[in-house]
Structures are given as structure tokens and as C-alpha cells.
Ligand binder design. Sequence first.
Ligand code: PLP
Length: 450
Amino acid sequence: MRQSPQRRISLVAKDARHILHPWADLTSLGRQNSLVISEADGIRVTDSQGKTYLDGIGGMWCITVGYRHRDLIAAMRAQAETMVYFTPFGNVTSEPASQLASLLSELSPGDLNRVHFTTCGSTAVESAVRIAHYYFSCRGQRQKRHVLAQTNAYHGSTYLAASLSGKAVDRTHFHYEGGWVHHLESPAFDPDNSTVSAAERLDHLIAGMERAIARIGPEQIACFVAEPILASGGVLIPPPGYHQAALDLCRQHDILYISDEVVSAFGRLGHFFASETRFGIVPDLLVTAKGITSGYQPLGAVLLSDRIADALVEAADPAKPVLSNGFTYSGHPVACATAIANIAVMQREKICEHVRDVGPYFLERLRGLRNWSIVAAVRGDHLMACVECHVPGETGPTPRNQALARAVDAYCARSGLLVRPYENLCILSPALIIVKEEIDQIVAILDDAL
Ligand code: PLP
């Protein structure tokens, strides 16, 4: 809805005065001139002044079937009218939660047949690690509590999830868990900018992981948490075979493999889940959120293999039988009903097949931008991609490189394209319904901006 200039000014002023945004830039707190998004439809959003943008970010990696999808809105409304909420604790369930859990078991790889719902990605990652700890404790191995994570990964903003995340810049001022979280080398491999082969890079990474396991002691390590492709870290793609080799090492040392598919699941890489179909592995625990509801409702889920779930049950202590983990809004009925509708739409509209069709085109078109001297790299896989900017000769997120990316993003916004600025990266993750003409529009605006 288009708002009068006075109303917009008043909204922006209230925002500047009263909101501390997630990931706020504190140097402009109180002076931020926030964009007010008032409407959204398909892959476009409209601001309060009536200006429409192509949403190159997909909300925040999460909008998959597009904005204002009638089926999802109908499902939300119907569930809210029927039974909006009741506690999910203990042995109480709701119809949508029960149905969604069964659907997720069908769609997910291997024997990931038990679902522990949460409220978002961070709470799902935290819950997965807590379950790993609980699992080993039940088996009398309480010392197995150390966690292997990846440098440059992002797992969320609650304290443990943030401790697992591996970007140095985000770790200032906080007291992150240092005693039992260990960051392995970022597994990025970019064939365009590498002096070593994929096989050499793989050997190097796995040797590093082996050394870390030996140093910490396998008997101390509970789990390895990994993103299939490191999304917010800059769409960093490991060399082929990395996940399989890491899983083999985990199995060898009785370390649980937790795959963080918060971004990669629900079609972004052309499949409901990327672990098995794209990377050939069935993890012990799989975490998802975001696209599960196409971003219409907050929801997260941990999928547990039967092996883990059965072991928890077998080891249950009658004196202390409760797995004390969960949230008031775990598996909220309206969110679960939305997710069921989202899955139905994805299947009916063949969204994964569509992504497999347009994904390679998206990357091919983006790769054309590498001709610009200020483009250091273009990376991606299907509908997750990024353009890395640099002042020629300067590498990494230096202040000048970050300023350059911000200028590109600002130019794009003026030209009607929203790109996610992150350090010296322009991150792109459009809704999965994007068609080739819209991809051409995105690339044309970026090209102009660069
Ligand atoms: N894991 C990954 C890979 C993510 O990209 C994110 C968020 O971007 C999270 C976890 C945290 O999810 P949420 O923001 O829903 O807590």
C-alpha cells in the first residue's frame, strides 16, 4: 500500500528512534533511513513510496514459491481459524505438526525419520548439538562434547549457534564458546582462482580435519556441524567429495555429522534436500528452516536418523526420562500448516525441476560479469550465488572492497534490484520461481552497476 510522504516519514522516524535492528550498523543507529517494504508479490517487493524492486535476496534466502502465494496464505488463515496454538510439549501434538513430520521423513534422505521442531534456524542448530550431547551422555560418554565447525560458516545468532559460526568479524565483543568448539579450515574451493587442483585441496582439508580430531581426541568429540555450501560466508563451495570424506572420518571416530541445510534445503539447490542428492551423504542429523515455509512463517526442524532416535530411547533413564529441549513455539501449528502447503505447491508446480532448469542459466549469466575488473569472483550453485567485488589487486573484505560492494548494491537498489550486501559481496538468492527473463533483468542491472 502506497503511503503518504508524512506517514512514511513518521514510520522511518519511529524506526530510527526505537528499533535496534538485527545486525544493525551501530555507526548509523538513530539516523538510519530505513526502507519500508509495504507490499510483495511474486519475486518483487514494493516500498512505501510505490517503488517496485526485483527481490534478488529472496527475503533472506527464504522466499521460495514467491510472495503472496494464495495456497500458503489460505493454509495460514485456515489453521489460525481452526486451532491457532496449543503447547507442543510432552505428548501433545497438533494435526499439522504430525502431518508435516511424516512428510519430512518421506522427503528427506535415508533414515532421517524423526523430527524435532523448533522456531528457526538458530534454535534448530542449537537443538541438534544439544541432542548430540544428550546422545553421548545417554551412552555413558559424557566427555564426548567437543564440536567441530567450519571457519566462515554461519549457523545463527543465538549464543551457541554464533559460537559455531566462524567469521572472525562477527566474533568481536562477545564471549563465544572457546573451550569446546573448534573451527576447521574453511573448505572453500574456487576452481577459477585456485593454484591447486580440487583433489589436492580435498586432501589438504581432510588431512587438517584428521589432525584436529587426533589433537582433540576422538573420544572427546561429539559432532561436526557443516553447511553443504557456506551461504552467508560468501557462497563458499567445497571441493567435490568433501562432505563424503568428512562423513567417513566422522563415522570412523563415532562423531555425529550434523548437516546445516537451513539455506540449501527446499529447492535452492534443485532438490528438497541437498545432502544426499547433491553431495551423496546421509547425515546423522539434518537441520532446516527458512524455505520450509517459503519464509511465510518462522519454523525450524532437526531431522534425526532412526539410529540416533532409537539410541536415545534405549538409553532413556526412567529416573530422568525427559529430553529437556524445546520452545513454546516449537512446530507452531500455523507454521506447520504453511510448510505442508508449501511442500504441496513445490511438488505441484515442480519447483525443484524448475530450479534445475534455470539454475545453470543464472550462473552462466552471472559468470559473464567476471569481465569487469572490479569483480574478483562469481560463485554459486543453482539459485545461491554471489559476486565478490574488489579494487583490482586488493583481496578480501578490506574497507575499500566493502565500500565498492556497497556502492554496487546502492546502485542496484536505485535501479530496482535488491541485492544482499555483505562485506565485499553482493549475495543473490532469488525466489525459486524466477524465470529466465527476470534473471536477464537482474544481470543487466548488476552489469550496469558494475
Ligand atoms: N544456518 C544457516 C546456514 C543460515 O544461513 C542461517 C541464517 O541465515 C541460520 C542457520 C540461522 O537461521 P535463523 O536466522 O532462522 O535463526
